[in-house]
Design a binder for this molecule. Structure first.
Ligand code: SF4
Length: 77
C-alpha cells in the first residue's frame, strides 16, 4: 500500500513554503493553496493533529487552525 507521503504534492518543493512564519497567517497562503489540491490532504492533516505537530502547514491547516480543530473536536466529543 502506498503511503500518503508518496502522493504528497509538497514532495520536492521548498520546505520553507510549508514552514512559514507562524505569526504571519498570510505567509501560509501558498502552502494552503497547494494543500487544497493534494490527494493526501486529509491523511496529512490527521497525521499532524495526532502528533500535535507544532510547526508548519499540514493538510492545509496552520498550527492555529489545527488547534481550533482539536478544540472543536473536544467540545463535540
Ligand atoms: S496536504 Fe499539504 S502538507 Fe500535506 S502532504 Fe499534501 S501538500 Fe504536503
Amino acid at each position: 500500500m502506498r503511503h500518503w507521503r508518496d502522493v504528497a504534492l509538497c514532495r520536492g518543493l521548498d520546505p520553507e513554503i510549508f514552514f512559514p512564519d507562524p505569526d504571519d497567517e498570510e505567509a501560509a497562503s501558498d502552502a494552503i493553496e497547494i494543500c487544497g489540491e493534494c490527494p493526501a490532504r486529509e491523511l496529512c492533516l490527521e497525521w499532524a493533529i495526532a502528533r500535535r505537530e507544532k510547526n508548519g502547514v499540514w493538510g492545509g491547516a496552520t498550527v492555529r487552525e489545527r488547534r481550533r480543530i482539536i478544540r472543536r473536536r473536544r467540545r463535540s466529543a
